[in-house]
Design a protein around this ligand. Structure first.
Ligand code: NAP
Length: 329
């Protein structure tokens, strides 16, 4: 019998085409995502579920979807899924690492540039017809990137891709990870990067960029104390997950101009509240969680996401299994 699969939003056609040949596909086609209750209703009797990072796949959802064999997440981060519960219920969970690394590193750099050189503010200045004097010695002065110190919190796939780009700007690179691997050692050698603890990194960096996953350990890891350690006039960029920074503390440090600017692709709550104080600040560049949003990358993500799911349903070990413990159960 063909297995039933529920996809919580329309993903690019390439992946859907692969799935259509293999499973009985049900796709949520509304503009707004399904609620938790709707996911439970729609995915009832499904063996496979394709999810987005905005879907809360918590213990309640997992408990109620008793036929589920695999959850294939259309993202590299999977903090929206209760992995422990899924493993307990023998449900495989997969993600889409790697394919979105370079695209997300590009977006990180777009935010570094925009925040340092006030690009969005400059655009608003011209559009709002405030450009009245041809050239002004002190108009929209920004911060230099070339030769600055870049602090990378989390030197994994995306952090490393960000570091590689920094080489072209002759930057000093500091980084923090919990463990040292062959890969981080290689980056140290090739890019002359220095590993240090978080406090040192914050104290010494002109620009800090965050690339750790959201976990219990990283939730609010950058709070008021940590932001105070950053030198006055420094910049912070977050393309990882919003709750890693305490957003209220960040708003305070930006309002006080302790920080020169921030570039944010991710927020405490998404979408950002329409009355958020962040919207009133000139010195923050805001993007609506578009780190991996290139045409080619989203297509690749849909293919990998579909392949993971098909492998799992065929009884194979999916290439991007995030809870391998499930195989021993
Ligand atoms: P990755 O390769 O797993 O890298 C994560 C890095 O964080 C590793 O170097 C890891 O090293 C380090 N780390 C984990 N916990 C840490 C901690 N408590 N303190 C310090 N370092 C820690 O992941 P990735 O592919 O680069 O992706 C990173 C994150 O980016 C994802 O989890 C996702 O949330 C986010 N993301 C966002 C977008 C977007 O659209 N904005 C797109 C893609 C990804 P150790 O384990 O040695 O500590």
């Amino acid at each position: 019998m063909t297995e039933r699969v529920f996809v919580t939003r329309k993903i690019p056609e390439k992946g859907l085409k692969l799935l259509k040949d293999e499973v009985e596909l049900h796709i949520w086609k509304e503009e707004f995502p399904p609620t938790k209750e709707e996911i439970i209703r729609q995915a009832k009797d499904s063996s496979g579920l394709i999810t987005l990072l905005s879907d809360s796949i918590d213990a309640e959802v997992i408990d109620k979807l008793s036929d589920l064999k695999i959850i294939s997440q259309y993202a590299v981060g999977y903090d929206n899924i209760d992995i422990e519960k899924a493993t307990e219920k023998k449900i495989m969970v997969t993600n889409t690492p790697g394919v979105l690394t370079e695209t997300t590193a590009d977006l990180t750099w777009a935010l570094i540039f925009a925040a340092s050189r006030r690009i969005v503010e400059a655009d608003r200045y011209v559009r709002n017809k405030r450009w009245e004097v041809a050239w002004s010695p002190e108009l929209l002065l920004g911060k230099d990137i070339y030769g600055a110190t870049l602090g990378i919190i989390g030197l994994g796939r995306i952090g490393t891709a960000v570091a590689k780009r920094a080489k072209g700007f002759s930057m000093d690179i500091l980084y923090t990870t919990r463990s040292v691997s062959k890969k981080t050692k290689l980056v140290e050698r090739e890019l002359n990067a220095t590993r240090c603890n978080l406090d040192n990194l914050l104290e010494k960096s002109d620009i800090v960029t965050i690339h750790v996953p959201l976990t219990e350990e990283t939730y609010n890891m950058i709070g008021s104390r940590e932001l105070s350690l950053m030198p006055k006039g420094s910049i912070i960029v977050n393309t990882s997950r919003g709750p890693i920074i305490n957003q209220d503390a960040l708003i305070t440090k930006l309002s006080e101009n302790h920080l020169f600017a921030a570039g944010l692709d991710v927020f405490q709550n998404e979408p950002l509240e329409t009355d958020s104080k962040l919207l009133q600040l000139e010195n923050v560049v805001l993007a609506p969680h578009i780190g991996s949003a290139s045409i080619a990358t989203r297509e690749k993500m849909s293919t990998i996401c579909a392949q993971n799911l098909i492998q799992g349903l065929h009884g194979e070990t999916p290439e991007n299994l995030v809870n391998p413990d499930v195989l021993d159960m």
